[in-house]
Design a binder for this molecule. Structure first.
Ligand code: CDP
Ligand code: CDP
Length: 203
């Protein structure tokens, strides 16, 4: 039997951290859909045409996620993500993943609104732009990637605006999503709240 958890929200809100913990808790598979757009963005940076890159994408292209988790690739991802044909090319893969037996957590921007409008549980994870930028800045430094807070904040704000204002599948909470503001929550508190919400939908 399938059970789909949709976790959406803006950049560096904690979607991935919460999704991984939720997947582990319930024994579900997890797909970070941002990696699909990052993989297409990375191809664009090497001169490939984005729609063709999206149509040719395979699971193997996500094999080295850390290489895709850089600020340049994030910006490229948000630029290819406005192209309707890029988004369309990635729909079937995401929906098939969502309906796999045993349950699935997908995190992104449009999971609860477009990819899985019938998901059994939907969370919209958010936090202030300043909190998100400082978390992402710290994370980049810990990974040995040069970073400065003001640049990260500007990057987060620019991507949020592009994601929220695009015509196709903009970033916005589904009408039936539960909003989880993690600005003042530790990871443990945010994860515990998410698990409680999802557990309430399992009965
Ligand atoms: O997936 P998304 O970009 O939404 O965020 P993430 O990669 O899960 O989280 C961004 C950073 O914030 C990570 O370094 C997390 O450890 C951290 N984080 C946090 O400090 N407090 C939270 N409540 C959630 C995440
Ligand atoms: O980790 P972070 O939240 O910073 O970014 P991400 O989730 O890896 O997504 C990178 C970019 O891909 C976003 O800024 C969006 O433009 C795009 N994206 C999207 O449009 N739809 C999704 N379902 C996931 C990501």
């Amino acid at each position: 039997m399938s059970f789909t958890v949709a976790i959406d929200g803006p950049a560096a809100a904690g979607k991935g951290t919460i999704s991984r913990a939720v997947a582990e808790h319930f024994g579900f598979a997890h797909l970070d859909t941002g990696l699909l757009y990052r993989a297409v963005g990375a191809r664009m940076l090497t001169g490939k045409e984005p729609v063709e890159a999206a149509q040719a994408l395979t699971a193997d292209d996500l094999g080295d996620p850390d290489a895709l988790r850089t600020p340049d690739v994030a910006q490229a991802a948000s630029r290819v993500a406005v192209i309707p044909e890029v988004r369309a090319a990635l729909v079937d893969f995401q929906r098939a993943f969502a309906r796999r037996a045993g349950g699935a957590v997908l995190d992104g921007r449009d999971i609860g609104t477009v990819i899985c409008p019938d998901a059994e549980a939907k969370l919209f994870v958010t936090a202030s732009a300043e909190v998100r930028a400082s978390r992402r800045h710290k994370e980049l430094l810990e990974r040995g990637i040069a970073s400065d807070y003001d640049t990260v904040l500007a990057d987060v704000r620019e991507r949020d605006a592009r994601d929220a204002n695009r015509a196709t599948a903009p970033l916005l909470p589904a009408a039936d999503a539960v909003i989880l503001d993690t600005s003042d929550l530790s990871i443990e508190e945010a994860v515990a709240k998410a698990i409680r919400e999802i557990a309430a939908h399992r009965d």
